[in-house]
Design a protein around this ligand. Sequence first.
Ligand code: CA
Ligand code: CA
Length: 207
Amino acid sequence: MKKIFFKALAIAGIAAAANAHAVTDPADDFLAVYTGSHTAAFDVLSADVAYNAGTNEFIFRTTAAGDIAGMAGAAYVFGLDAGGSTNAPFAGVGLPGVTFNTTVTLRSDGTGGIGGGGAVSTHIVGNEIFSTISASLLPSKGFAFKDYTWTVWSIDSRVAGTGRLADFAPDVNITVTAVPEPETYAMLAAGLGMLGVVARRRSRKQA
Ligand SMILES: [Ca+2]
Ligand SMILES: [Ca+2]
């Protein structure tokens, strides 16, 4: 019975791994123009933007090299191309492939926002910061939600101008991850089924 339980756990683990971050980023690769704090919270190590068609939500996540909570000035800006963006404001710092017409910003003080307005709820766990946002708040400018592209960059918001740009991940836009993928559903169903078997056997034993 223990064996079945651990098998189910392993399958649940594989399902979780299917949601792993889409992008990994080198350590200590701050931009040359960056003049802010060089502490680990500003160094992005992985990131992901996923679109869940089932719930019609986007999930934004960034992992830094160090704890994020309470790191003064730290913020993570997701630039999204929701369709037809021709905006490439970072060409001057060597990143011509970063383009966006919508932004989502998650901050180390636990606040977050869309573009200039719209607050979003932001969560921080150790070195990870994330937010789940309804797609209705990030309307299309031509692309289907699953075809939005993105990059994320960390900033030291206490610094003005390009000197605030700490670290990009990735350096050119990529397409959002679609979740859950069909195979994830299958694995989850199998995992839940096994947990059900375990629970039934347990309750039978107790009866
Ligand atoms: Ca990095
Ligand atoms: Ca980088």
